[in-house]
Design a protein around this ligand. Sequence first.
Ligand SMILES: [Zn+2]
Length: 438
Amino acid sequence: MNQHVNLVLTGRWLVSMDGNEPLEEEGISVAVAGDRIAEIGLNLACKYPQAELLTCPQGLIMPGLINSHSHAAMSCFRGLADDLPLMDWLTQHIFPREAQLTKEIVYQSTLLSLCEMIKSGTTCCNDMYLFTQEVARAATDAGMRAWIGEGFFDFPSPCYGELENGFAYVEELFKAYKANDLITITVTPHSVYTCSPPLLQRAAALAEEKQALLHIHLAETMSEVSGCMEQYGCSPVQHLEQLGLLNERVVIAHGVQISEEEIALLAKRKVKVAHCPESNMKLASGMAPVQAMFNQGLTVGIGTDGSASNNDVDMFSEMSTAAKLQKVRDLDPTALKADAVLQAATMGGAALLRADAEIGSIKAGKKADLIMLNMNQPHLTPCYQPISHLVYAAKGSDVVHSVINGQVVMRDRQLTTLDELTIIEEMRKIGEIVLRMH
Ligand SMILES: [Zn+2]
């Protein structure tokens, strides 16, 4: 393996998330060979002098963060309609504008979010949206690792029109990204309130056939639960159970309005949960019982949701919010401790994607998805417990270097795969188009 090492990261702290305690030692290094982590040790730049070096004297090396639920292209709606209930926000502001989206808007808006994700330490996202061929193209351009799904609804989509075409569109995606290193295709019926039981079952059959993840919004708000009770006589979780949809490949986004019994059922069916606290707070959806989910052994990841309901995709602030919100919910300062939150944002997200053998921690042989933070800053000094700082004090802007699949995507805060200023300029023009939509 030695002769293939082509990249070395060297700092002062290592938070590997592989079950070992954080390490503090000057010169702590991670060596990368191609797309994989080759070795962890001290001063590896001396051992591999030919390798490219990413360094920071007070640097903290950790696995890249995994955003378990995103709609990257919704950056074009950021700040357009705030302070509204979910259903009004969706039906009066988002859905009518989404109906007028184009390939180009989705591509550019996704690129913008990918800039933001890389600049705040995210190396992988689980994205659900429209025009996902464009989302996949943007992720490929950025070098971002992404799970991507095209939204299914009972109503026509601006991307594929009638539903029948949607299934053909998704078949094409599966074909195009069959053996892709970075992109994995998922099946994404939007929710129980926008998808009829036959559509949900057809989506589930496709996910089964492809052995793909089924990613759906579920039990997000009280109005979703009461609507489901009215229409189907049961809660959203029970509805999916009755349709035979719950299994280990299902990822539910939110899971806010669920009972202890439903958590037990989700645990039994090995369903995974993407917890999106900032979106849940902003839309006043409620507080997901995350500590109870952990207690029952559920796999939980952390997600930002779209930046129209957050309003950013910074996973560091999402982790901080997740930890604090759970304490408020349970009136218990010991609920959802920092290490549990960091675990959810790394190995939890990886397990949610069924990719924990490949990503989510720093271990020789795993994919090289790594970030380094500069800890030489007032808000991170002194550093008694690195994990405490990562969850409660660090910000996305503290990330200085980022590596995805062995490729350096940010060096000294400069993106290497994307032209940030041009993307921002393009987004200004898109903002003018979105503003004129009605
Ligand atoms: Zn969402």
